[in-house]
Design a protein around this ligand. Structure first.
Ligand code: PNS
Length: 159
């Protein structure tokens, strides 16, 4: 297994500066970060997987050692196919813990080599979520400290 590569999976609907903060933190530990966007035809998302990947590109284009990819189906199948076993997720607050713990144990049950690490974002980003961003956008609130200009533009185009 390649210990220099970590996969950062998520819906990223849309990516926020909180997600970018985590990517930068992961880059201090790993040589390469693969941002893996879940492409789930059954899950309703504001942005298509292609749009979400395009938005992510606007945050990380100038950072070396980052790949933006997408996957369908089980995360563990994607990891096995890439011959990887390690993911990174953000742990913003205690409310994240239960979901992340269940997800990790499920993934480990499906793939015994599966490992996950959790990074804590900066305190100023710890309240940001994609759902909050979409809600603020819907009511034309101030998105300045939550997403980049490109995402803001894309959000307003959708609404
Ligand atoms: O950003 P999110 O929505 O919290 O990310 C969740 C994600 C995409 C990491 C998770 O839903 C996932 O891995 N989905 C793929 C389906 C899967 O593998 N499910 C079993 C493990 S819970």
């Amino acid at each position: 297994m390649n210990k220099k590569i970590v996969v950062y999976p998520g819906s990223f609907d849309p990516f926020t500066i909180g997600h970018k903060d985590l990517v930068l933190r992961a880059k201090k530990i790993f040589k390469h970060v693969v941002i893996a966007v879940l492409k789930n035809p059954k899950k309703h998302t504001m942005f298509t997987a292609e749009e979400r990947m395009d938005i992510i590109k606007s945050y990380v284009d100038d950072i070396e050692g980052i790949t933006i990819d997408s996957f369908e189906g089980l995360l563990v199948d994607y990891l096995k196919q890439k011959e990887l076993n390690l993911i990174m997720r953000g742990m913003r607050m205690l409310s994240d813990f239960e979901y992340e713990f269940q997800m990790s144990l499920t993934n480990r049950k499906l793939y015994s080599d599966f490992e996950a690490i959790y990074l804590v974002p900066s305190i100023e980003y710890s309240f940001i979520s994609s759902s909050i961003v979409k809600e603020i956008a819907q009511f034309k609130g101030d998105l300045d400290l939550l997403v980049n200009e490109y995402t803001k533009k894309k959000l307003y185009e959708k609404i």
